[in-house]
Design a protein around this ligand. Structure first.
Ligand code: CA2
Length: 153
């Protein structure tokens, strides 16, 4: 039997604070809830979710390199504010060529103009924003379709 494929779920700076403040923007769920949702959704497709969070740009670059080294089948990325600034994360995603979905919990297009552009989204095949943490579930469904992972009975 083929070994279980893994998707990486990467969360960037300040997302460890989810559920502790700004509930009007980010909801009441914590990062642990996000990671549980991702693991459960991935399992529906026979996938494993390797969930990681970092407040450091270089560590997020390292995670993307590790995804490549470990032959991850896909990446779900919420790079937080680095989405809007990080050419390094953009370049890492372009280098590894792993199918990537970008997720934002909030609707970045309905917020400040500095959030409207995303460098990392340019290296993703799809972007979701504004669905709250349900965006992660939707992203994994879309990623599973993209990589041909079928829902398990
Ligand atoms: O909407 C998103 O998911 C964002 O990626 C969240 C980032 C923000 O910089 C992006 O523009 C959009 C910020 C994450 C901060 O998360 C917090 C959560 C709770 C309390 C404070 C911050």
């Amino acid at each position: 039997m083929a070994s279980t494929q893994t998707i990486y779920v990467l969360n960037g700076p300040n997302l460890n604070l989810l559920g502790t403040r700004e509930p009007e923007t980010y909801g009441r769920a914590g990062l642990g809830d996000v990671e549980k949702l991702c693991a459960e959704t991935a399992a529906q497709f026979g996938l494993a979710a390797d969930c990681r969070q970092s407040n450091h740009e270089g560590e997020l670059v390292d995670f993307i390199h590790q995804a490549h080294a470990e032959q991850a089948a896909g990446i779900v990325l919420n790079a937080g504010a680095y989405s809007h600034t990080s050419i390094a994360l953009h370049d890492a995603l372009m280098a590894v060529k792993i199918p990537t979905v970008e997720v934002h919990i909030s609707n970045i297009h309905a917020r400040e103009s500095f959030r409207h552009h995303s460098f990392t989204a340019m290296a993703a095949f799809a972007t979701l924003c504004g669905f709250g943490i349900d965006g992660y579930r939707l992203a994994i469904n879309g990623l599973a379709a993209k990589i041909g992972a079928k829902a398990k009975a």
